[in-house]
Design a protein. Structure first.
Ligand SMILES: [Zn+2]
Length: 319
């Protein structure tokens, strides 16, 4: 399905009418995409009803049933671990103990530090501990293989995080595309050379989650990546944010697309401040640029994508 999906989207793009229906069907549930403020406004009591509203006779007191006592519903796990919906970077109560991890990659010496990530706590910390998230092993697994069945089960049933083909949120406000995913070799031998996309970003610039996700890792134990944040998304995709100055969320927390989660930096093997972001599916590197809104992309890239789409339409005999 994952391989077929981009082609389906591409084919649907040839036919203007087919596209909205397909994207609508694939979109995340409405509650995931609509900000809570909007929902609240939509459902707020209407105190501006026009004067000509039809009035209905109020029932006599005897006809009224006694009001049911308000049921005390415990917050769901998803509500307990969700990051508050604000546009500010989350406050960090307690940071993990400082740690600097240095080593060598070939002849290059690197240091992954200084470590700047929050100490997990509360229901989210407990969830991460139960699922085995937040560890070096979990991070290594997430970038190399399909996510564990238990993680996907928890996403689906406990956190109601569903697969979504909605466009990804641009990760840094005002950032430009710097360098994309590059490959070496061809066909079956093709391997990623540069595994992610670099975005221009000054140190300290807020980094936003590209899609709704469960925080799976936030630490600096992966060589070369500096302070690294790894998010697990509803369809099993993984987004990783590297070289961060500081991470403001911890494993087990639920974040929404566009929420600020970290600050861009220059930690690990990095030649200057920037955000290196990776998008992976089934442990494989995927170039995410087609998933971002085109308004953010450089003109040459948009022309390239449109040219490829036109070619697919031509081959499929569609207008
Ligand atoms: Zn990079």
């Amino acid at each position: 399905m994952r391989r077929v999906l981009p082609l389906l989207l591409l084919l649907a793009a040839c036919d203007g009418d087919a596209m909205p229906a397909l994207t609508h069907a694939l979109r995340a549930p409405a509650h995931a995409a609509v900000p809570r403020d909007t929902v609240a406004n939509d459902t707020a009591p209407d105190d501006t009803a026009p004067n000509d509203t039809v009035l209905v006779d109020a029932p006599a007191p005897s006809q009224l049933e006694a009001p049911a006592p308000e049921a005390e519903t415990a917050p769901s796990l998803a509500e307990q671990v969700a990051l508050p919906r604000t546009d500010a970077l989350p406050e960090v109560g307690k940071w993990l103990a400082p740690a600097r991890r240095c080593g060598r990659q070939g002849r290059r010496r690197f240091c992954n530090g200084p470590r700047r990530a929050p100490a997990p706590h509360g229901p989210a910390g407990a969830l991460a501990a139960r699922l085995g998230l937040g560890t070096h092993r979990a991070a290594a697994e997430l970038v190399r293989a399909e996510p564990r069945g238990a993680w996907m089960e928890a996403l689906k049933t406990e956190l109601d995080l569903q697969p979504s083909a909605a466009p990804l949120h641009w990760p840094v406000d005002g950032a430009r595309f710097g360098r994309g995913v590059t490959w070496r070799g061809r066909g079956r031998h093709r391997r990623p050379k540069h595994r992610g996309v670099d975005f221009t970003a000054e140190v300290g610039t807020p980094v936003r989650a590209v899609a709704d996700a469960l925080v799976a890792y936030a630490d600096n134990t992966i060589d070369g990546y500096g302070n690294l944040l790894v998010l697990l998304h509803g369809g099993g995709e993984v987004s990783a944010y590297a070289h961060l100055e500081a991470i403001h969320v911890f494993p087990g927390q639920l974040v929404r697309a566009g929420q600020p989660v970290a600050r861009a930096g220059n930690t690990g093997i990095s030649r200057g401040p920037h955000l290196h972001m990776e998008w992976r599916a089934g442990g494989r590197v995927v170039d995410p640029m087609r998933r971002f809104p085109r308004a953010h992309l450089p003109g040459w890239m948009v022309r390239e994508f449109e040219g490829e789409e036109a070619l697919v339409c031509l081959r499929a005999g569609r207008p």
